[in-house]
Design a binder for this molecule. Sequence first.
Ligand code: PMV
Length: 308
Amino acid sequence: MTTSSAPGKIILFGEHAVVYGQPALAVPVSQVQVAVTVTEAERAGVWIEAPGIRLSCGLDRLPPDDPLAAAISAVFSTLGVAPPPACRIEIQSTIPVASGMGSGAAVSVAVLRALSSYLGRPLDDAQVNRLAFEIEKLHHGTPSGIDNTVITYARPVFFMKGQPIETLRVGTPFTIVIGDTGIASPTRLTVGAVRAAREAEPERFGRLFAAIGEIVRHARDAIESGDAPALGPLMDENHALLQQLAVSSPELDRLVQAARSAGALGAKLSGGGGGGNMIALVAPHTGDRLARALSRAGARQVFISHVA
Ligand code: PMV
């Protein structure tokens, strides 16, 4: 039996602009996890159990472009294993689906690791990251690669498409509170809407993306120099720019506003937008209070995450 787990993630700054070559910052969120267990099976073939998405079937019943099937098949083809051994793959996840916490990438990473370890030939991080990126394309067309990267390396990252991975040194740990609107919003839809809007107004969108990129660079300096409070106003500015990209929603705006009214140092939507999650930066020891305020304002789930 082999088990592997992968954390969720949250984007601190730079979503959407990162698709167009700007940098973004993301951190792992270990309070939510995917755990994948591979065990020997008596019956031939590969059997999949994913109770969270009510999936219980053989690998041969899934279409090849199903992301889960693709992750499993990627291990067999990368390792040259044919025919697949009789085994049972069980996936348990506490990461909310389609809400910007990287559930798809985390499933891919944990499956790639658990299955390759089960076969006695564990894939290294670079292989896991590369294969998980290919699978991300099935989830949402033109991913930047930030999700698979932060989840594979499970470290805060400064990410730029096509550039070598840069992990971040966090000068002084800080706390963010994550509030889930409870509205599932597939990233593919908001990324597609931004693409269409950018085609209509390339110059305006170019300016918005560049302004977001500037915020990301300032945020990186603040994180590395231990000036976490400076991140608050940067979150507020980034949220305003995301509103201009039209990826916020009334529910996200309500939670962002509630966080600010309850004393957060700054707040923004996080991830694809349209629903999903927002984040707020809080002063030390005030996470619980802000979490309660977000729940009162309608957040379906709240996580307090320490970034270190
Ligand atoms: O956090 P998610 O999974 O919703 O990711 C969205 C991030 C985008 O920048 C909007 C898309 C991407 O591929 O980077």
